[in-house]
Design a protein around this ligand. Structure first.
Ligand code: CUA
Length: 303
């Protein structure tokens, strides 16, 4: 096979889009003009009697079969070419794992570094290997014209290359539950030098606890600064007076380690009043040491 020059996903999709849009636009214009002309020309007042009794014309019929067939063939060709470009990963693409779960993204780079925003070097293709920990999600970056489902139990992929530095929206495009609409992050395209630097830099050990919260996707729904998201904020969560709904009854309690542990493992048993029963149970999904690390961290959080 010949070496393929790199066609970006944006170029591949846009070419197909403009070809189809152009053919549709010309057809719309042509058909509308012909229709208006015929309405005018063969109006009953202007043309009281039919001038012809012909009921078919072989050449006309052949023409209107052949021309649309060619047009549809052209649209198919560009669509197919574009699709192949999206599916053909360039050899030098950097692999990055993209994990999705209700309701956040986690990206893991070759050296094991993780982030919730997707960092990519400008001008270098990246191949995002997509997986889901729970339900269907969809990796969608409009700026690069890529959208691919994340399917539990299998790996899918999407590749793209960012040609300009910048911050680009990254959405979940498959309805995945209560906080689907907040499953948003960004693609941060930075220069290759900055990217290498960022990759090498040790995650400024903000806090081991915070890192665990990020790893398990907690921060997609719980803030650290007191703002309400899908779930209650973690700020000052220990020793907080709350009303919880348990078996249809409202019970007042003070949050302690036991309650928080239960709230992580079997959240539906005692949902804080005013919040949807949206959290997936973590029983069997979180290693014991991570659980106790998170509990240590939450218990120490001040107001
Ligand atoms: Cu994940 Cu919608």
């Amino acid at each position: 096979m010949n070496p393929q020059p790199l066609i970006t996903t944006t170029e591949a999709v846009d070419k197909a889009f403009y070809v189809i849009f152009g053919i549709s636009g010309v057809s719309l214009l042509g058909i509308t003009v012909a229709m208006i002309y015929i309405i005018w020309r063969y109006n009953r007042k202007r043309q009281p009697q039919p001038v012809s009794q012909k009921d078919h014309n072989i050449w006309l019929e052949t023409t209107w079969i052949i021309i649309p067939t060619i047009l549809v063939g052209i649209m198919f060709w560009y669509g197919w070419e574009g699709y192949l470009s999206l599916r053909r990963i360039p050899d030098n693409a950097i692999p990055i794992q993209g994990s999705s779960r209700m309701w956040s993204w986690l990206f893991t780079y070759e050296n094991g570094k993780t982030s919730d925003k997707l960092y990519v070097p400008v001008g270098q293709p990246v191949n995002i290997r997509l997986s889901s920990e729970d339900v269907l999600h969809s990796f969608y970056v409009p700026a690069f014209r890529v959208k691919r489902d994340c399917v539990p139990g299998m790996e899918t992929y999407a590749w793209f290359v960012a040609e300009e530095p910048g911050s680009y929206d990254l959405f979940c495009a498959e309805y995945c539950g209560v906080a689907h609409s907040s499953m948003i992050t960004t693609v941060e395209a930075i220069s290759p030098a900055e990217f290498a630097g960022w990759l090498a830099e040790k995650p400024a050990v903000v806090d081991a606890g915070q890192e665990l919260l990020q790893k398990h996707g907690c921060l997609g729904c719980h803030s650290l600064d007191g703002s309400a998201m899908v779930g209650p904020s973690f700020q000052g969560i220990s020793g907080r007076q709350v009303s919880v709904v348990s078996n249809g009854r409202t019970v007042a309690l003070t949050t302690d380690r036991t309650y928080l542990e239960k709230a992580i493992l079997e959240p539906d048993d005692e949902i804080v009043e005013g919040y949807p029963p949206a959290m997936p149970p973590y029983a069997g999904r979180i290693p014991d040491e991570d659980l106790s690390g998170i509990l240590d961290y939450l218990m120490g959080l001040k107001k």
